[in-house]
Write a protein of this length. Structure first.
Length: 181
């Protein structure tokens, strides 16, 4: 004896907008694609810079020791070692956060997220300003200077691409398509 289940009424499907199916995202313009590629280049350069920094830390321990002794002439070797470990950790942490920010903002700008363009702009301007303020910083190596200058050039070119008229139209179209959902 087979059980009979009640028959439920069939409801029409939810309308998808003029019979075309889900709203299509606009095609990404070349300016956004170029900006995204350059952001990934920035992430790669950031990672390379971090690796080079970690391999060329020769004078960091001496600099940390001088700084600690300047603030406390009776500092122990364990205090100096702890300050050095904190310095290494901070270099690694900030380096990895920088790489992650480049990659994340590339991804989100590629998706046409307007907030990502604003965030990239703020970080790009801060990058330019901080580099200009630290150009004559004592102890900077030629490698650090080159990476900083390349990073600034990248930031300026990326911002140029992100704020092109076709880029603005793309961000607006993506925002409109998200509001329809």
């Amino acid at each position: 004896m087979s059980e009979q289940y009640p028959q439920y009424p069939q409801y029409p499907q939810y309308p998808q907008g003029e019979g075309k199916g889900p709203a299509q995202l606009p095609e990404r313009p070349a300016s956004i694609s170029n900006a995204v590629k350059l952001m990934y280049v920035g992430a790669g350069l950031g990672l390379l810079s971090l690796i080079i920094s970690l391999f060329t830390l020769g004078g960091l321990k001496d600099t940390v020791e001088e700084s600690v002794r300047e603030s406390d002439p009776n500092a122990t070797q364990s205090t100096i070692d702890a300050a050095y470990a904190v310095s290494l950790t901070m270099i690694g942490l900030f380096g990895l956060v920088g790489v992650a920010l480049w990659a994340w903002l590339a991804w989100k700008n590629g998706q046409g997220r307007s907030w990502a363009r604003i965030t990239a702009t703020v970080l790009g301007v801060l990058n330019v300003l901080s580099t200009l303020l630290t150009l004559n910083q004592p102890g900077s190596t030629t490698t650090t200077l080159v990476f900083n200058l390349v990073s600034v050039v990248l930031a300026v070119v990326i911002l140029f691409f992100l704020w092109r008229p076709e880029s603005s139209r793309y961000y607006e179209a993506v925002t409109r398509s998200q509001q329809l959902h």
